[in-house]
Design a protein around this ligand. Structure first.
Ligand code: MN
Length: 297
């Protein structure tokens, strides 16, 4: 597996702190996009976030450390190439890459691409942690359609596919879904947390409830449209009423403090030319979350 030799690397880290052999964290860019139904361009997401990350402050004012030092370095891998493979083949390829990094003892961060890419790391982490694993899914959408526009591997069906093997799914930020997706109510192993309840103060204990629903090991998958479009307008399917910066970092910090976060991904970011704050905000989010993970081993 190759560390990036050219192009943007997270935080602009090169030799030493950016070397895969030494780094505690590996970032895997996955510029895969096949089924965007509204705004296209999520294949450009990883490069835009990596570009913006070179402008981040290395020191974190909240954690009071240089996060990249606290985690022994952050390596950025070459973006995976996707050509003619089917969605299951692409997912298999991503899974293998993640598995390889986990075997090296790295903490793995995947950067999509469309949400379908998450099925690769989800398969790898499930193989490792089995029934101890919960998936914390931050998204405006439930992505539980059995298929969308005839495609069972659509971004709108990713959690329906994931539920074929993952034992526990907690969805936070939900504010749009079809009637079909209601059948995954709130019972059993799928727990939806609705933005209209959280954001209007009707569920003041939502954080405790989310933590209570999560098993000991947690994999976090973040769809960029979890955030309110006022702070992240660059998404394929924008929905009003989303989360703010501090609601998000507050939740993520608590999850890292109280559970073992085993890996995470960020996806569905479609950069808009000339609009820079979303790129920077998401780069900051990734760095912050790496920090929360490293400070709570
Ligand atoms: Mn979404």
């Amino acid at each position: 597996m190759k560390t990036r030799r050219s192009g943007p690397r997270f935080l602009g880290l090169r030799d030493g702190d950016g070397d895969l052999e030494k780094a505690g964290v590996a970032i895997l860019p996955l510029p895969y996009e096949r089924t965007s139904s509204y705004v296209q361009g999520s294949f450009r997401g990883p490069a835009a976030v990596l570009d913006a990350s070179s402008q981040l402050e290395e020191y974190d004012e909240e954690l009071e450390v240089e996060i990249y030092r606290a985690c022994n370095g952050i390596a950025t891998l070459e973006p995976m190439r996707f050509l003619t493979e089917t969605a299951p083949e692409a997912i298999g390829k991503i899974r293998e890459a993640v598995q390889g990094l986990l075997d090296m003892g790295k903490f793995v961060v995947c950067l999509g691409g469309e949400h379908t890419t998450s099925l690769g790391p989800l398969r790898a982490f499930h193989a490792r942690h089995g029934d101890a694993l919960s998936v914390l899914h931050l998204d405006a959408h439930r992505d539980l359609r059995d298929s969308y526009l005839g495609d069972p591997y659509s971004h709108a069906s990713v959690m329906a596919r994931a539920l074929e093997f993952i034992p526990s799914l907690v969805q936070v930020g939900i504010r749009s879904h079809s009637r079909e997706e209601v059948r995954f109510g709130g019972a059993g192993n799928v727990k939806p947390y609705y933005a209209h309840l959280i954001k209007t103060g009707k569920m003041p204990d939502w954080e405790e409830r989310v933590l209570g629903d999560l098993r000991e090991k947690v994999y976090i998958t973040i769809d960029s449209d979890f955030f309110d479009p006022s702070i992240i307008p660059s998404v394929g399917t924008p929905e009003p009423g989303g989360f703010s910066w501090y609601e998000t970092t507050g939740l993520l910090r608590r999850v890292c403090e109280e559970k073992t976060v085993v890996g995470f991904d960020l996806c569905e970011f479609t950069p808009i030319e000339g609009v820079h704050h979303p790129d920077f905000t998401l780069a900051r989010l990734i760095y912050k979350l790496i920090g929360y993970v490293c400070m709570n081993p």
